[in-house]
Design a protein around this ligand. Structure first.
Ligand code: SAM
Length: 297
């Protein structure tokens, strides 16, 4: 039995100031925090953090175990293959972290000790404004609309499962949402969490160079939910294919119209299902009808 150690709020200021000021703070709960090095150290995510637009804290679920061997998984009741992530370390990690200000991380010397108690009868109430998202292949399928909704929050908690998944009570009693990044199964929720952080970061004002870029992306409101049309850059001709002349015309209205039609045509060919819920003008509808498309009644 280890000596209980009081977990205080004098934890390292790791990202506390940064987190308080940032537009979105991510608390990521994982057994493999090092997986985030690399993807989080490059490009837009790294720059957004450096500019104080986003912040994150990686919480190792194993640090919240109290047993000698720091066990986070166990065999499933009823038998069957694989291991299941135990509920207690996950509950304890989430309840400890979310009852403290964004940016708080467990001090290294406090890992593996027994506070707060495992089976707290009255666990610390979690802040209602912080969604607790379990990444799961059984969750709501992530799309740009969900990303937009989540971008309204200042703080998000992401739980990354491993093995055969998490004990069901994590889903039923702790998570407020379950999200899947696609109808396939990954080995863990870490890559899914990175996908979500990336998609959300693009929506934080100032994270992208061009302020309208995210708004005009495929699936986004600026495009009415369509796919974006093709882009070209120099050279004008490459391997016998020349960029469309209209793009060099300098005629903004015509370029705009051409882009809209390209987006409509491309969506029709690649994702006709999106047209049913897209925001379409009378001109759009007329164009699509010329291509043989009719909205379903
Ligand atoms: N046995 C689970 C099932 O059939 O639903 C799959 C477990 S999977 C091997 C391990 C973990 O990877 C999951 O708990 C989840 O966190 C993550 N994961 C796998 N596929 C995912 C997906 N498509 N979207 C989000 N997370 C996923």
């Amino acid at each position: 039995m280890q000596t209980p150690h009081v977990v205080t709020d004098d934890a390292p200021a790791l990202q506390t100031d940064e987190a308080t000021a940032s537009r979105i703070h991510f608390d990521i709960f994982t057994l493999f925090p090092q997986m985030f090095s690399g993807p989080f150290d490059e490009s837009i995510i790294q720059r957004a953090r450096a500019n104080g637009l986003i912040s994150w804290a990686l919480h190792n679920i194993r640090d919240y175990t109290t047993d000698r061997h720091h066990v986070c998984d166990d065999t499933p009741y009823g038998g069957g293959g694989g291991m299941i992530m135990k509920p207690q370390p996950i509950f304890r990690a989430i309840e400890t972290v979310l009852s403290r200000p964004a940016g708080w991380v467990l001090p290294a010397e406090a890992a593996y000790v027994s506070l707060p108690p495992w089976e707290a009868e009255a666990p610390p109430s979690l802040p209602p404004a912080v969604p607790v998202i379990l990444l799961s292949p059984q969750g709501r399928l992530l799309n740009q609309q969900i990303v937009l909704e989540l971008s309204q929050y200042r703080r998000l908690a992401l739980i990354c499962g491993r093995y055969e998944g998490v004990d069901e009570r994590v889903a039923s009693r702790l998570a407020t949402d379950e999200l899947s990044i696609g109808d396939y199964v990954l080995s863990g929720g870490e890559l899914a969490a990175m996908v979500l952080v990336d998609a959300l970061t693009r929506l934080v004002p100032g994270a992208l160079g061009h302020c309208l870029a995210a708004h005009q992306d495929s699936h986004s409101p600026g495009l009415g939910g369509l796919l974006e049309g093709p882009h070209y850059t120099r050279p004008l001709t490459f391997r016998q294919e020349t960029a469309p002349e209209i793009l060099l015309s300098g005629h903004h209205a015509q370029v705009h119209q051409w882009r809209r039609e390209q987006a409509l045509a491309r969506t029709l060919v690649r994702r006709p299902d999106l047209l049913e819920s897209a925001a379409l003008s009378a001109t759009d509808l007329a164009f699509l009808r010329r291509l043989g498309w009719e909205p379903k009644a």
